[in-house]
Write a protein that binds this ligand. Structure first.
Ligand SMILES: [Zn+2]
Length: 98
């Protein structure tokens, strides 16, 4: 995966629609293993997909970004690597240009 300086800015512009499209295509079912609910994308107060970060313990200057889902029944949560969603959107956009 090629990282660019605009990656962070572009990742923050990804809509809930785009993340859900990625999830539907790459993951498919949103069924939770609890059997009573479904994973739903978490939306922040700005009505955009919430992005959480995790610091890389081996590199204090590196941070991993994730969109995340929580089950609407048991609250079990799942993280979606934001860089993969970003790369997938780039790939989709390049297909549309051809
Ligand atoms: Zn659940």
């Amino acid at each position: 995966m090629e990282y660019t300086s605009s990656m962070a800015v572009e990742t923050l512009q990804i809509s809930d629609k785009d993340v859900n499209k990625y999830i539907n295509e790459r993951i498919g079912s949103n069924a939770c293993p609890c059997g009573s609910g479904e994973f739903e994308l978490i939306i922040d107060s700005e009505a955009t997909p919430s992005v959480m970060t995790m610091k890389d313990v081996r590199d204090e200057f590196n941070e991993h970004w994730f969109f995340w889902q929580a089950c609407n029944h048991c609250s079990q949560s799942k993280m979606i690597a934001a860089s993969r969603v970003w790369a997938w959107i780039k790939e989709q956009n390049s297909k549309n240009v051809d």
